[in-house]
Write a protein of this length. Sequence first.
Length: 367
Amino acid sequence: MPVTRIGLVGPLPPPYGGMANQTRQLANLLAQEGVHVDLVQTNAAYQPAWAGKIKGLRAAARLLPYLYRLWRSAGQVQLFHIMANSGWSWHLFAAPAIRIARIRKIPVIVNYRGGEAEIFFQKSFSWVKPSLDMADAITVPSGFLEAIFAQRGYTARIVPNIIDLSRFSARSVEQGQGSGDFPHIVVTRNLEAIYDNATAIRAFALVKKNCPNARLTVAGAGPEKPMLENLVNELGVRDCVQFAGRIDNDAIAALYQRADMMINASLVDNMPISILEALASGVPVVSTDAGGIPYLVEDGKTALLVPQKDPVAMADAMLRILHNSDLYAKLRANGLVSLERYTWGSVKKQLFAVYQQALEDQQHTHG
């Protein structure tokens, strides 16, 4: 049975986050393959708009229209592909979609992502398990999440995140290292506690002592911004740190074009698209070894990995790259080569195999 109609359940930008970007990108790529995609948006605007301003009405104003769209979509498509995450996102959006798919007797693929899976499962697995048991297939973007599901007796298939290489291009090494403002270092994570941007800023301040022309751009928004601005002032690097706020996909690509290095200090992570985007732009990466990141890049080959909450180790790794042109070039070249498995041409074969198997299993079951 050919795959022609899919219900894709997930968030859309804005805000421009990893799962929202992946949802929109997947919808567009499936459509290019001739698949009709019925997109059920989990973060749609409140209807009516004023209801979103009233605390008691917010959940109902979003949930009821969402349930209606799920029910309608399930009657028109062959299967559901659900972009799922940890926390309340699972309970409010993924679980209802799974149950409606079961009631309407269509296969459901749970595409689970998010670096906080282990913490979430420890706290809430008794609530998550009944819904997971209803899924026809579980896909995850990394071996990190595959192992977490295996520990609880579930087989998850790895279908990597997709990187659109057409959006990114690598400039020559000379364009960066020969310029007067080299190095330009970037952070492209939201300003939230789990991304520990304070450690990244402390590492930058240490590098600044060795590289007087160094500057840092922090592209992201979030509740930690006031604290991070105070930290920048305390460290005496206010004149060379720019908080760019949340920027869209086109601006991210342009930022990487002006970058010499990307640093990532996250404490919890799965398979950050930001690292793939940096690699696709020929920008060397220094990152913590949190969560699934060691499954994404290889230390010393495609990136340099350091322990969490260790600004000295991060600064040392940054300086190793900046002072060693051979290492700089090696990381760039290896990073670009490593991206082949994340292209649509590679990923779509794995994804359509999951779809096809789910449809065939359903056909045999209901024969």
